[in-house]
Design a protein around this ligand. Structure first.
Ligand code: RAM
Length: 349
């Protein structure tokens, strides 16, 4: 036996080393690097994709990153997530430049500003880096594809419809948004205003749009300020997962649960408590994990030259099936889910 090991030992070690190297090449994993240096873990060097969310430390983007990592594992690529610690467009530009210097194969970005990021992204594209926006778009000529979570018009209008119904179409309302330049929130707010202009909302008035900058404490304080500045405020729409959770907490902190209605976009795990205690009746969201998963698959199809991003291109998106590029390079994830106390326990994200 000993003799056999002595003979096979070196062969065994060589095999083991081979297996470990192979594993290293095909394992994907992610890392949240905050504002420090980005790190890459594992993966094949030919598929090296970086996610750049509006900010790290936002549970929404962490869920999206989980989906990105799953896709990376399936496609034998690498995943990494880098980004600013606050939702800042200029910090995102710095990260885009860093990723360009590092020759990422693709940058998957959720923009704090559609235009401020464009020059840096165009520079990345000029060097052959594929650019995919997800969640919050950039100027269309600064990316190949936008992975859209849901129809922006539906999202904007339904949030007003939900609140209108809860308020019997009467009273003053406010919007608590994210960054004032955020592409996604501003598009939704545009459709909210269109909806509010319809005759059935004639007794509702939008008194203020506030920007909590996707910062928990700012959003919490701003909600308290709104309720103080407008003592008759009847409802708030917060189309940001950070904002709606902070607003719910603020409303409860001054015992206004049920008196100031709240809806918008939130994660079921963050909002469960407020739905169960009646502070929030309904809110909506898509599955951010699926958004990240789809974005990684789309970036891969671009990198591998299977698509160029033109309308009609289609590609395999793993468990999401085949996806087709629509007008203006938009790929749609699907329709969002409306959560309330009857279904919220069915969701865990
Ligand atoms: C926040 C971000 C993100 C938005 C969600 C709903 O986490 O602003 O961009 O899509 O909310």
């Amino acid at each position: 036996m000993k003799k056999l090991f002595q003979t096979l030992g070196p062969v065994f070690l060589v095999c083991l080393a081979f297996v470990l190297v192979s594993c290293g090449g095909s394992t994907s994993s992610g890392s949240n690097t905050g504002s420090g240096s980005p790190t890459t873990n594992g993966g094949s060097s030919s598929l090296n994709i970086a996610f750049l969310p509006k900010a790290i430390n936002n549970p929404y983007f962490d869920i999206a990153a989980t989906g990105g990592k799953t896709a990376a594992t399936e496609l034998k690529g690498t995943f990494k997530q880098v980004g600013p610690s606050t939702a800042s467009a200029s910090d995102q530009v710095t990260w885009i430049n860093t990723l360009t210097e590092q020759h990422s194969n693709a940058i998957v970005v959720s923009a704090n500003d559609p235009n401020a990021l464009a020059p840096a992204l165009k520079q990345a594209m000029a060097q052959g880096i594929k650019v995919v926006s997800y969640d919050s778009d950039v100027a269309p000529d600064a990316r190949q594809l936008f992975i859209s979570q849901a129809s922006p018009e539906d999202l904007g209008r339904t949030e007003v419809q939900v609140l209108g119904k809860e308020l019997n179409y009467t009273g003053s309302i406010a919007i608590l948004s994210a960054a004032s330049t955020a592409t996604n929130q501003n598009t939704w707010i545009g459709f909210m205003k269109d909806e509010l202009a319809l005759p059935k909302y004639k007794n509702m008035s939008l008194v203020k749009i506030d920007y909590g900058n996707d910062d928990d404490q700012t959003s919490f304080n701003d909600t308290l300020n709104l309720m103080q500045a407008y003592p008759n405020l009847k409802g708030i729409i917060s189309p940001t997962t950070v904002g709606i959770a902070a607003a719910a907490r603020a409303i409860e902190s001054v015992n206004k649960g049920g008196k100031v209605a709240l809806t918008g976009l939130g994660t079921p795990n963050q909002m469960r408590k407020y739905v169960k205690d009646g502070t929030v009746q309904q809110f909506e969201l898509w599955d951010p994990g699926k958004l990240g998963y789809l974005a990684y698959y789309a970036a891969t199809a671009l990198i591998q030259g299977k698509i160029t991003g033109k309308q009609g291109d289609s590609f395999s998106a793993g468990t999401l099936g085949t996806k087709t590029v629509g007008a203006n390079g938009v790929v749609l994830l699907g329709t969002p889910t409306v959560f309330d106390k009857t279904n919220i326990d069915q969701f865990n994200f």
